[in-house]
Design a protein around this ligand. Structure first.
Ligand SMILES: *[C@@H]1O[C@H](CO)[C@@H](O)[C@H](O)[C@H]1NC(C)=O
Length: 414
């Protein structure tokens, strides 16, 4: 399969170069980005999609003609300057640029929005049509306009929402609002009302922006933005904090991306209609585990969708809710979900992961609490009879990490 694609890719590339040569279209295709033109390109466009490639990499070569073709179609579709650029970086020539973007595999497709690299990479199909439709979706206005306050009454309570109350559209504050909305549209829904639709909610001439949490998942409170809405950074920081929650839901769509963040998962598996346990988990994380957020990823998972990891743990739907760690090597079960709300219990579980205790105990049974470690294990409690080292269930989520099906070469594989 790969061989076939490669041959095909080379053939296509050759043909492409002949056509380009014949018709003198050398300026078309993706924009070649270098140290010299990179910053100005990023600063002056709402969206830049960059293909980081290496000439010797066959996956890069397969992608090149497709990416160039997509760039031409996108340029035709969005001719107005400042909207979108599809660019490419030759990582061998532009080592400094490649390391600035932490490129570890070829080709890597990075999305830069409003001059800021997003955490997200392009993970869609690598076809002209898919690229073009991705760009269209990215550039679509993320802000939904409401015509009456009543429209805000039955929004999806599982979504986090930012609502803007404005007099009119053509004010600098709305430009900031909209730009920030483009950054955070995967994390929050953005609504706006102009004129009569929101006149009751703000003083004339002074827009107001409010955050509404996902009430089905958390006990957080509504909050009004108190900073200066004319200052992009101020609003962007506030909205990012509100929109990207500490505890996120893992889905099949975002699993790969969450995996790439590289932190072990602490996952609450729950019945999809059990909102109460999700809220409790949220509260415990907020009150006790905030300091751990740089060492662990707090997630919830619909246990009906994610049955596979449950089976791995020897559990079924009737055992929900339950909490487990996936360290990308192994999975560890939190012994009793009822202990979740006992102060310090969940934190201890995390500490035991960091110190290796979870893994040790799986092999050799409980660490002695007060006694010094025994060597022979022949005396003591009855649980010492079968201390045959076993292995904790293998990680299920590591399989979602960057993989073969993306036609990408990892640096380590080279
Ligand atoms: C908000 O920021 C803008 C732009 O920097 C500035 O002109 C304005 O005076 C600020 N408003 C307040 C209330 O500080």
């Amino acid at each position: 399969m790969n061989l076939f694609l490669t041959k095909n890719g080379i053939g296509f590339t050759l043909l492409y170069h002949i056509i380009v040569g014949l018709f003198g279209l050398a300026d078309s295709g993706a924009l070649q980005l270098t140290q010299a033109n990179l910053d100005i390109t990023l600063a002056s466009n709402e969206l830049v999609l960059i293909n980081f490639y290496a000439d010797w990499c066959r996956f890069s070569n397969m992608l090149a003609p497709i990416f160039d073709d997509a760039a031409d179609k996108v340029a035709a579709e969005f001719p107005e300057p400042g909207q979108v650029v599809m660019g490419k970086v030759d990582c061998d020539r532009e080592g400094a640029v490649a390391s600035r973007f932490h490129i570890t595999k070829y080709p890597t497709l990075k999305v830069i929005r409003n001059g800021q690299p997003t955490k997200r990479e392009y993970r869609g199909q690598r076809s002209t049509e898919a690229f073009v439709s991705y760009i269209k979706k990215q550039l679509a206005d993320p802000v939904i306009e409401f015509k009456s306050l009543k429209d805000l009454q039955d929004l999806d309570e599982k979504k986090r929402v930012v609502i803007g109350y404005f007099d009119r559209k053509d004010v600098p504050e709305y430009t900031v609002f909209r730009r920030v909305a483009t950054n955070l549209k995967e994390d929050c829904q953005f609504y706006v009302g102009f004129g009569d639709a929101s006149a009751q909610m703000h003083p004339p001439g002074q827009p107001i922006v409010a955050f509404r949490p996902d009430k089905a998942r958390s006990n957080e409170e509504d909050e009004t933005f108190k900073g200066n809405l004319s200052v992009y950074d101020e609003f962007n920081i506030w909205a990012s904090e509100k929109c990207v929650p500490l505890v996120r839901e893992i889905t099949f769509e975002n699993a790969e991306e969450l995996t790439e963040e590289g932190l072990p998962f602490l996952i609450l598996f729950h019945n999809p209609d059990d909102n109460e346990i999700v809220k409790k988990f949220n509260d415990v994380v907020q009150s006790e585990l905030l300091s751990e957020k740089h060492s662990i990823n707090f997630l919830t998972a619909d246990g009906v969708k994610f049955t596979h990891p449950l089976h791995h743990l020897g559990k079924t739907l009737s055992d929900l809710p339950l909490i487990a760690i996936d360290s990308f090597k192994h999975m560890y079960l939190f012994p009793d979900i009822k202990d979740m709300e006992r102060p310090g219990k969940l934190k201890q579980f995390l500490n035991d992961l960091h110190t290796g205790k979870l893994h040790r105990e799986f092999h050799y049974g409980p660490d002695p609490v007060t006694d010094p470690p025994r060597v022979d294990g022949s005396s003591g409690s009855s649980s010492t009879t079968s201390k045959k080292p076993t292995t904790p269930p293998e990680s299920t989520f590591k399989k979602l990490a960057p993989s073969k099906n993306r036609y990408t070469l990892l640096r380590d594989e080279l």
